[in-house]
Design a protein around this ligand. Structure first.
Ligand code: DGJ
Length: 536
């Protein structure tokens, strides 16, 4: 008893310390962290893969309208929702804030166990300005507009310090409020600042202030960035800079040439300065990841036909040079060339997250590529509530990926996972991992080939792999340096229950082409494990 009395305070001290350490881990705000090969979104101390969807623009402006939607999203397997929150509804009168909607949405999300990414629709949405409050809209003297062909248009000028200050003030108030209500629960995991920014209708702002700045020198902050990042600049920007003589001082046209490209870079600099400042003001109140999304340009489309100055891949370095308020840049990826666009964004320290993309069958396949091949941490088809049904193919992919999520995040950071999408135009792909060469191709049995296939494969210990998806088969090549042959030892389908592997059928015979390939038949997504053996 005396011993217990003596050791009790020491024990309590240790227990207490552990509690402090644990609670410090769990109360850290959502943040991005580089873990091995991947930059991951960390929520409550663990990597969080967002299996998400973005709502139509006006849905979340009404709590009543939202009520029946949450259940549908949950049933489809979404763990998070990306949704607008507009300046006009938060600050209808200057200086007077109303957070009823914010609180209501957070509350509804919590009841369904969903996370939220809010889209701060404020000075710009899709290049135009329609979400700022009326007191901003009607005071064009204080909040000046972009001028195109001699006329002011419905686009706030990013040159304006007054607009930046008013937007940042509202955003900071919002972030302060979110911290007060959510710093413990972490329902809100990220913020998108503005939406698809850039000038539409012309390649740049021609207001008096913009013309003056455009005739002046390029800020040294930008020229220094070009110099110090010379070797990692996006190839297109590097080429433009080289073509114009690699200058490190001069006006916008002297450094970037007398073309619309110089206009686009000038606008990128101005939007970026503005939005980094808005994000930074929000982060002072509550520091969670913040990003900007992009309306992607066609390769030959002139700036102004798409928002000129947004974080296109070729302008990304300009955005990075302009500040540190934003953590990353994201593509709104509807284009058919899905993989190429993923690569354009997943480079040079920028992680892949997709706030808008296609859902349905295309989304069900692409999510495997984005998360498996490009270490993406979030996928979010647009207009999700129109698609949401428990029969949507995206839901099937989400439920498979959700069951693998902790393992997938671990392998993203180890760098030993690959994802793929196959069809008749690209019916196979090869990977080397875990000491083997894998040949992945469209599934084929009894002479019939699958129309499409998709999935991911990760190393699962020595001589073993875990795969998920459908419509593909895998053959393994012997490692050339060993001269050995490789055989399929055993294949099991299975599921994960609370992270534990629960094996189902042993797959053999027709299910593995009599031992010739590891098959994922096209009818239904499956999770399977294979072990290999080698022979001389
Ligand atoms: C892209 C925008 O970012 C969304 O808010 C929405 O307007 C869609 N386009 C409509 O397709």
């Amino acid at each position: 008893m005396r011993n217990l009395i003596r050791t009790l305070p020491i024990l309590l001290l240790f227990v207490g310390l552990e509690t402090v350490v644990l609670s410090a881990q769990t109360t850290a705000a959502p943040h991005l962290e580089k873990r091995g090969a991947a930059t991951q979104l960390i929520v409550d101390g663990k990597p969080y893969l967002m299996l998400s969807g973005e709502l139509h623009n006006s849905s979340s402006s009404s709590l009543e309208y939202m009520k029946p939607i949450w259940g549908k999203l949950r049933a489809m397997g979404l763990n998070s929702v990306v949704t607008p929150l507009s300046w006009e509804l938060i600050e209808p009168k200057e200086g007077s804030f109303d957070f009823t909607l914010v609180d209501g949405l957070i509350d509804q999300a919590r009841q369904e166990n969903e996370k939220i990414v809010f889209l701060w629709l404020a000075s710009w949405k899709n290049g135009l300005s329609s979400y700022e409050p009326v007191w901003v809209k009607q005071d064009a003297r204080r909040f000046p507009r972009v001028v195109e062909h001699g006329n002011p248009v419905e686009i706030l000028s990013p040159q304006s310090a007054a607009t930046q200050e008013a937007d940042a003030h509202a955003f900071a108030a919002l972030m302060k409020h979110i911290k007060e209500t959510d710093a413990r629960d972490h329902t809100v995991v990220m913020m998108q600042v503005e939406n698809e920014v850039g000038v539409l209708g012309d390649s740049r702002d021609h207001s008096e202030a913009a013309n003056k700045a455009f005739a002046g020198a390029v800020p040294t902050q930008l020229t220094q960035y070009l110099e110090t990042h010379r070797d990692s600049l996006y190839p297109d920007l590097k080429q433009l800079w080289d073509d114009n003589g690699d200058k490190t001082a001069g006006t916008w046209t002297e450094i970037f040439g007398d073309s619309e490209r110089a206009d686009e870079i000038f606008m990128a600099w101005n939007y970026a300065r503005f939005i980094h400042a808005v994000a930074a003001a929000g982060k002072v109140e509550y520091n969670i990841p913040m990003y900007v999304n992009t309306w992607l340009a066609g390769d030959t489309t002139p700036p102004g036909e798409y928002p000129s100055g947004g974080p296109e891949p070729r302008a990304l370095d300009v955005w990075k040079a302009a500040g540190t308020g934003l953590d990353f840049y994201a593509p709104d990826l509807y284009s058919a060339n899905f993989e190429e666009w993923c690569r354009r964004y997943h480079r040079d320290g920028n992680p892949l997250y997709m706030p808008e993309t296609r859902g349905g069958a295309a989304g069900a396949a692409n999510v495997f590529y984005a998360l498996g091949e490009e270490a993406g941490f979030g996928f979010s088809p647009f207009a999700i509530e129109s698609e949401a049904s428990d029969k949507d193919p995206l839901g099937e992919s989400y439920s498979v990926i959700a069951s693998l999520a902790p393992l997938l995040a671990e392998h993203q950071s180890k760098g030993d996972v690959h994802g793929f999408v196959l069809d008749h135009d690209r019916s196979s792909v090869d990977f080397t991992m875990n000491g083997y060469t894998l040949h992945v191709s469209l599934d084929e049995i009894f002479g019939g080939q699958a129309e499409s296939g998709f999935g991911l494969i990760m190393a699962d210990g020595k001589d073993a792999f875990l795969g998920a998806g459908k419509g593909f088969k895998v053959t393994f090549k012997e490692r050339p340096e060993t001269g050995q042959h490789v055989g399929l030892g055993a294949i099991d389908e299975g599921t994960f229950a609370d992270g534990k592997w629960v094996p189902g059928r042993r797959l053999n015979g027709d299910e593995n082409a009599q031992g010739a390939s590891w098959r994922f038949d096209p009818r239904q997504e499956r999770i399977e494990k294979v072990t290999l053996y080698r022979f001389e």
